[in-house]
Design a protein around this ligand. Structure first.
Ligand code: PEP
Length: 252
Protein backbone atom coordinates (compact mmCIF):
# COMPACT_ATOMS: atom_id res chain seq x y z
CA UNK A 1 0.00 0.00 0.00
CA UNK A 2 1.37 3.43 -0.83
CA UNK A 3 1.57 6.27 1.66
CA UNK A 4 -1.02 9.04 1.78
CA UNK A 5 0.44 12.39 2.71
CA UNK A 6 -0.75 15.89 3.48
CA UNK A 7 2.20 18.27 3.38
CA UNK A 8 2.02 21.95 4.34
CA UNK A 9 4.36 24.36 2.58
CA UNK A 10 4.67 27.47 4.71
CA UNK A 11 6.82 29.22 2.09
CA UNK A 12 8.38 32.46 3.48
CA UNK A 13 5.71 33.04 6.11
CA UNK A 14 5.44 33.14 9.92
CA UNK A 15 7.85 34.00 12.72
CA UNK A 16 9.29 31.22 14.88
CA UNK A 17 6.69 31.90 17.59
CA UNK A 18 3.85 31.82 15.05
CA UNK A 19 5.18 28.60 13.55
CA UNK A 20 5.41 26.95 16.98
CA UNK A 21 1.86 28.02 17.72
CA UNK A 22 0.66 26.62 14.41
CA UNK A 23 2.31 23.25 15.03
CA UNK A 24 0.92 23.09 18.55
CA UNK A 25 -2.56 23.96 17.28
CA UNK A 26 -2.36 21.22 14.63
CA UNK A 27 -1.26 18.69 17.25
CA UNK A 28 -4.03 19.81 19.58
CA UNK A 29 -6.59 18.99 16.92
CA UNK A 30 -5.81 15.42 18.05
CA UNK A 31 -6.15 13.91 14.57
CA UNK A 32 -5.94 10.16 14.34
CA UNK A 33 -3.74 9.18 11.42
CA UNK A 34 -4.55 5.83 9.90
CA UNK A 35 -1.82 3.34 9.00
CA UNK A 36 0.16 4.69 6.06
CA UNK A 37 -1.00 8.29 6.49
CA UNK A 38 1.55 11.04 7.09
CA UNK A 39 1.53 14.76 7.83
CA UNK A 40 4.55 16.77 6.70
CA UNK A 41 5.31 20.35 7.67
CA UNK A 42 7.69 22.25 5.38
CA UNK A 43 8.98 25.17 7.42
CA UNK A 44 11.57 27.84 6.60
CA UNK A 45 15.14 26.67 7.28
CA UNK A 46 15.63 28.42 10.67
CA UNK A 47 12.63 26.62 12.19
CA UNK A 48 13.36 23.07 11.05
CA UNK A 49 15.16 21.87 14.16
CA UNK A 50 12.48 23.34 16.41
CA UNK A 51 9.70 21.84 14.29
CA UNK A 52 11.39 18.45 14.48
CA UNK A 53 11.64 18.66 18.26
CA UNK A 54 7.93 19.50 18.51
CA UNK A 55 6.87 16.66 16.20
CA UNK A 56 9.31 13.89 16.92
CA UNK A 57 7.13 12.12 19.48
CA UNK A 58 4.10 12.12 17.20
CA UNK A 59 4.08 9.10 14.91
CA UNK A 60 3.20 9.98 11.34
CA UNK A 61 4.29 13.63 11.64
CA UNK A 62 7.40 14.68 9.72
CA UNK A 63 9.40 17.77 8.83
CA UNK A 64 10.42 18.98 5.36
CA UNK A 65 12.73 21.67 4.08
CA UNK A 66 11.48 23.75 1.16
CA UNK A 67 14.70 23.48 -0.82
CA UNK A 68 18.32 22.30 -0.61
CA UNK A 69 21.53 23.22 -2.38
CA UNK A 70 22.54 21.58 -5.64
CA UNK A 71 26.14 21.32 -4.43
CA UNK A 72 27.46 19.09 -1.70
CA UNK A 73 29.35 21.61 0.45
CA UNK A 74 31.78 24.49 0.29
CA UNK A 75 31.92 28.12 -0.79
CA UNK A 76 28.25 28.69 -1.62
CA UNK A 77 27.28 31.56 0.66
CA UNK A 78 23.66 31.44 1.77
CA UNK A 79 23.02 27.89 0.62
CA UNK A 80 21.88 25.00 2.83
CA UNK A 81 23.08 21.51 1.95
CA UNK A 82 21.16 18.25 2.09
CA UNK A 83 23.69 16.98 4.62
CA UNK A 84 22.95 19.95 6.92
CA UNK A 85 19.24 19.24 6.69
CA UNK A 86 19.81 15.60 7.53
CA UNK A 87 21.95 16.62 10.51
CA UNK A 88 19.07 18.55 12.12
CA UNK A 89 16.60 15.69 11.68
CA UNK A 90 14.77 16.75 8.52
CA UNK A 91 12.83 13.92 6.84
CA UNK A 92 11.68 15.32 3.49
CA UNK A 93 12.77 18.09 1.15
CA UNK A 94 10.62 19.86 -1.44
CA UNK A 95 12.55 19.99 -4.71
CA UNK A 96 11.52 21.92 -7.80
CA UNK A 97 8.64 23.97 -6.46
CA UNK A 98 7.44 26.20 -9.30
CA UNK A 99 8.46 29.30 -7.33
CA UNK A 100 12.04 27.97 -7.20
CA UNK A 101 11.92 27.17 -10.90
CA UNK A 102 10.54 30.58 -11.83
CA UNK A 103 12.21 33.03 -9.42
CA UNK A 104 15.50 31.22 -8.87
CA UNK A 105 16.00 29.77 -12.35
CA UNK A 106 16.12 26.17 -11.21
CA UNK A 107 16.28 23.97 -14.29
CA UNK A 108 15.43 20.29 -14.58
CA UNK A 109 19.17 19.54 -14.65
CA UNK A 110 19.81 21.47 -11.41
CA UNK A 111 16.87 19.70 -9.80
CA UNK A 112 18.30 16.31 -10.78
CA UNK A 113 21.42 17.19 -8.78
CA UNK A 114 19.31 18.22 -5.78
CA UNK A 115 17.36 14.96 -5.95
CA UNK A 116 20.64 13.02 -5.93
CA UNK A 117 22.03 14.92 -2.95
CA UNK A 118 18.78 14.55 -1.02
CA UNK A 119 18.76 10.79 -1.55
CA UNK A 120 22.47 10.46 -0.77
CA UNK A 121 21.76 12.11 2.59
CA UNK A 122 18.72 10.06 3.51
CA UNK A 123 16.14 12.77 2.73
CA UNK A 124 12.99 11.95 0.82
CA UNK A 125 12.47 14.36 -2.07
CA UNK A 126 8.99 15.77 -2.69
CA UNK A 127 9.58 16.46 -6.35
CA UNK A 128 7.25 19.11 -7.82
CA UNK A 129 6.17 19.19 -11.41
CA UNK A 130 3.39 20.99 -13.25
CA UNK A 131 2.64 23.16 -16.23
CA UNK A 132 2.04 26.90 -16.66
CA UNK A 133 -1.30 28.21 -17.94
CA UNK A 134 -0.17 28.63 -21.57
CA UNK A 135 0.85 24.99 -21.72
CA UNK A 136 -2.49 23.86 -20.28
CA UNK A 137 -4.31 26.05 -22.80
CA UNK A 138 -2.28 24.52 -25.61
CA UNK A 139 -3.19 21.09 -24.20
CA UNK A 140 0.46 20.02 -24.11
CA UNK A 141 0.62 19.54 -20.32
CA UNK A 142 1.39 15.82 -20.56
CA UNK A 143 4.47 16.36 -22.72
CA UNK A 144 5.59 19.21 -20.46
CA UNK A 145 5.31 17.18 -17.25
CA UNK A 146 6.82 14.08 -18.89
CA UNK A 147 9.90 16.12 -19.71
CA UNK A 148 10.21 17.40 -16.14
CA UNK A 149 10.11 13.81 -14.86
CA UNK A 150 12.50 12.57 -17.50
CA UNK A 151 15.15 15.22 -16.97
CA UNK A 152 15.11 15.22 -13.16
CA UNK A 153 14.16 11.68 -12.12
CA UNK A 154 14.81 9.16 -14.89
CA UNK A 155 18.49 8.70 -14.00
CA UNK A 156 17.43 7.13 -10.65
CA UNK A 157 17.17 3.40 -9.99
CA UNK A 158 13.77 1.88 -9.15
CA UNK A 159 15.09 1.39 -5.62
CA UNK A 160 15.92 5.09 -5.28
CA UNK A 161 12.57 6.08 -6.73
CA UNK A 162 10.90 4.36 -3.77
CA UNK A 163 12.11 7.25 -1.59
CA UNK A 164 10.61 9.90 -3.88
CA UNK A 165 7.20 11.54 -3.62
CA UNK A 166 5.89 13.46 -6.63
CA UNK A 167 3.71 16.54 -6.26
CA UNK A 168 1.72 17.59 -9.32
CA UNK A 169 1.19 21.32 -9.02
CA UNK A 170 -0.29 23.06 -12.05
CA UNK A 171 1.25 26.53 -11.84
CA UNK A 172 -2.00 28.20 -12.84
CA UNK A 173 -3.60 26.80 -9.68
CA UNK A 174 -0.93 27.76 -7.15
CA UNK A 175 -2.00 30.59 -4.87
CA UNK A 176 -4.54 31.74 -7.45
CA UNK A 177 -7.72 30.30 -5.96
CA UNK A 178 -8.11 28.28 -9.18
CA UNK A 179 -8.02 24.54 -8.54
CA UNK A 180 -7.62 21.78 -11.06
CA UNK A 181 -10.91 19.92 -11.22
CA UNK A 182 -10.92 16.48 -9.65
CA UNK A 183 -10.96 15.08 -13.20
CA UNK A 184 -8.00 17.18 -14.36
CA UNK A 185 -6.01 16.13 -11.28
CA UNK A 186 -6.86 12.45 -11.72
CA UNK A 187 -5.98 12.52 -15.44
CA UNK A 188 -2.55 13.98 -14.80
CA UNK A 189 -1.83 11.76 -11.81
CA UNK A 190 -2.76 8.67 -13.83
CA UNK A 191 -0.54 9.95 -16.66
CA UNK A 192 2.39 10.43 -14.26
CA UNK A 193 1.90 6.96 -12.76
CA UNK A 194 1.80 5.52 -16.28
CA UNK A 195 5.05 7.26 -17.22
CA UNK A 196 6.71 5.95 -14.08
CA UNK A 197 5.42 2.44 -14.82
CA UNK A 198 6.92 2.60 -18.32
CA UNK A 199 10.28 3.71 -17.02
CA UNK A 200 10.62 1.98 -13.63
CA UNK A 201 8.07 -0.84 -13.77
CA UNK A 202 4.56 -1.41 -12.49
CA UNK A 203 5.56 -2.12 -8.90
CA UNK A 204 7.45 1.17 -8.59
CA UNK A 205 4.49 3.03 -10.07
CA UNK A 206 1.99 1.43 -7.71
CA UNK A 207 4.21 2.27 -4.75
CA UNK A 208 4.62 5.94 -5.75
CA UNK A 209 2.80 8.60 -3.72
CA UNK A 210 1.58 11.43 -5.98
CA UNK A 211 0.29 14.57 -4.27
CA UNK A 212 -1.87 17.30 -5.77
CA UNK A 213 -1.04 20.95 -5.09
CA UNK A 214 -2.81 24.13 -6.14
CA UNK A 215 -5.37 25.99 -4.03
CA UNK A 216 -6.41 22.84 -2.17
CA UNK A 217 -8.58 23.75 0.81
CA UNK A 218 -11.07 22.18 3.22
CA UNK A 219 -13.90 22.64 0.70
CA UNK A 220 -12.26 20.71 -2.15
CA UNK A 221 -9.72 18.38 -0.51
CA UNK A 222 -12.05 15.41 -0.05
CA UNK A 223 -13.13 15.46 -3.70
CA UNK A 224 -9.53 15.72 -4.91
CA UNK A 225 -8.26 12.98 -2.56
CA UNK A 226 -11.09 10.64 -3.55
CA UNK A 227 -9.42 10.11 -6.93
CA UNK A 228 -7.65 6.76 -7.19
CA UNK A 229 -4.31 8.27 -8.23
CA UNK A 230 -4.34 11.28 -5.89
CA UNK A 231 -2.55 10.25 -2.71
CA UNK A 232 -2.88 13.48 -0.76
CA UNK A 233 -1.87 17.09 -1.17
CA UNK A 234 0.87 19.68 -1.00
CA UNK A 235 -0.86 22.62 0.60
CA UNK A 236 0.31 26.25 0.52
CA UNK A 237 -2.01 28.96 1.83
CA UNK A 238 -4.37 26.67 3.71
CA UNK A 239 -1.47 25.10 5.66
CA UNK A 240 -1.00 28.39 7.55
CA UNK A 241 -4.37 28.09 9.30
CA UNK A 242 -4.44 25.22 11.79
CA UNK A 243 -8.18 24.53 11.45
CA UNK A 244 -7.98 24.44 7.65
CA UNK A 245 -4.88 22.26 7.59
CA UNK A 246 -6.45 19.88 10.13
CA UNK A 247 -9.62 19.69 8.03
CA UNK A 248 -7.55 18.85 4.93
CA UNK A 249 -5.69 16.13 6.85
CA UNK A 250 -9.05 14.72 7.94
CA UNK A 251 -10.03 14.50 4.25
CA UNK A 252 -7.29 11.95 3.52
C1 PEP B 1 2.11 25.40 -3.15
O1 PEP B 1 2.72 26.45 -3.14
O2 PEP B 1 2.73 24.32 -3.16
C2 PEP B 1 0.65 25.45 -3.16
C3 PEP B 1 0.00 24.38 -3.52
O3 PEP B 1 0.08 26.64 -2.80
P1 PEP B 1 -1.49 26.96 -2.62
O4 PEP B 1 -2.09 25.80 -1.88
O5 PEP B 1 -1.53 28.22 -1.83
O6 PEP B 1 -2.06 27.10 -3.99
Amino acid sequence: MRKKIVAGNWKMNLTLAQGEQLINDILQAGLKLAEGQEVVVATPFPYLAKAKSLLKNYPGYFVAAQNCASEKAGAFTGEVSAEMLQSVGVDYVIIGHSERREYFNETNAILAKKVDLALANGLKPIFCCGEPLAVRQAETQNEYVARQLEESLYHLTAEQLKQVVIAYEPIWAIGTGLTASAGQAQDMHAFIRGQIANKFGREAALHLTILYGGSAKPGNAAELFANPDVDGGLIGGASLVAADFAAIISSL
